[in-house]
Design a protein around this ligand. Structure first.
Ligand SMILES: [Fe+2]
Ligand SMILES: [Fe+2]
Length: 244
């Protein structure tokens, strides 16, 4: 775990070949007694992609972490799962740094937010649509309301079978291993039962089964540790835990 900016404790780790986790801890506070973490993921392809911008307050340390891997000006895509501050709050700041970058998101997110939020036309992806990044390729999964947001979706990276799974498997804690092979359901259920952030959609199991069929070997979680192992079993286990 390489600490990039001591002031924020932001760390940088390669969790799969060419895929980097940039993580900033949030110390324990009255709202989250165990603390929390915000993670962004950089795919260092020929056409680099950042998934989640992080909130505006974390733009500077996240930019510094990206700079350790690629020139941030080279970013081609700034992707996000759904419209919330930590997912896309600093979208405009990233686009200002990277002149060739465009937002990459679901068609719904493009319609309700991204087309209005910035001057550049977003790359709006349909379910199953593939984007070749050069050396890496990503496929979009629509997942409306799982865990929340009409516009919600995820990116699977095909060469490493890494699923960038956003708010799924959110774990509390400021100090998390970058990558764990241990139990994921236990810590994420502990968080969910305290703070129910799921939308209780009737289609939740069907969406989790579509993600499971990608058979991820790595799950890039936006909050907490990423996971290396049987991602299919973890996603189906989450569906069971939700009673979905
Ligand atoms: Fe969210
Ligand atoms: Fe999030």
């Amino acid at each position: 775990m390489t600490v990039i900016t001591p002031a924020t404790g932001t760390t940088l780790d390669e969790i799969a070949a060419g895929i980097y986790r940039i993580s900033t801890p949030v110390p324990p506070n009255p709202g989250l007694k165990a603390g929390f973490s915000f993670n962004q993921f950089l795919i260092a392809a020929e056409e680099p992609l950042l998934f989640h911008t992080g909130p505006r307050a974390l733009f500077a340390p996240t930019l510094e972490a990206v700079r350790r891997v690629i020139a941030p000006e080279r970013l081609r895509y700034v992707g996000f799962s759904h419209v919330e501050g930590d997912e896309c709050g600093s979208l405009r700041e990233w686009l200002a740094v990277a002149p060739e970058a465009v937002p990459l998101c679901s068609r719904v997110a493009a319609m309700v937010y991204a087309a209005d939020a910035c001057e550049r036309t977003p790359r709006a992806l349909a379910h199953g649509e593939r984007v070749d990044l050069g050396g890496h390729a990503v496929v979009w999964f629509d997942a409306p309301h799982v865990p929340h947001g009409w516009d919600c979706g995820y990116l699977g990276e095909s060469t490493t079978r890494t699923l960038l799974c956003g708010d799924l498997f959110t774990q509390a804690g400021a100090e998390n291993a970058a990558l764990t092979e241990g139990d994921l359901i236990g810590p994420s259920e502990a968080m969910r039962t305290r703070m129910d952030y799921f939308a209780h959609s009737p289609d939740t199991r069907a969406h989790l089964e579509r993600l499971a069929a990608f058979e991820p070997r790595v799950l890039g979680c936006m909050h907490g540790s990423s996971f290396a192992g049987d991602g299919r079993a973890a996603l189906l286990g989450l569906a069971d835990a939700l009673g979905a």
